[in-house]
Design a protein. Structure first.
Length: 75
């Protein structure tokens, strides 16, 4: 509901809103809709934390992953 404004949004609608809100390219979007649901939940938690700031700036998910190999599971 926090992402799309309604509690009955489809997985595609959630993915589309996350793509726009997080300024993700098509190639940076998760391939599976369950992953976009998880990303949406994580983003909601992030917003509830008051949007903490970090000194580290990333150019996208690929940049984050390449700089944080120790934090990535399943590779």
């Amino acid at each position: 509901m926090a992402i799309t404004g309604q509690g009955q949004a489809s997985k595609e609608q959630v993915a589309g809103m996350l793509k726009r809100m997080l300024k993700l390219s098509d190639e940076d979007m998760p391939k599976f809709m369950d992953a976009t649901d998880a990303l949406g939940a994580a983003y909601c938690h992030f917003l509830q934390m008051g949007r903490p700031e970090t000194d580290t700036k990333y150019k996208g998910w690929k940049d984050f992953v390449s700089r944080n190999q120790n934090r990535v599971a399943g590779k």
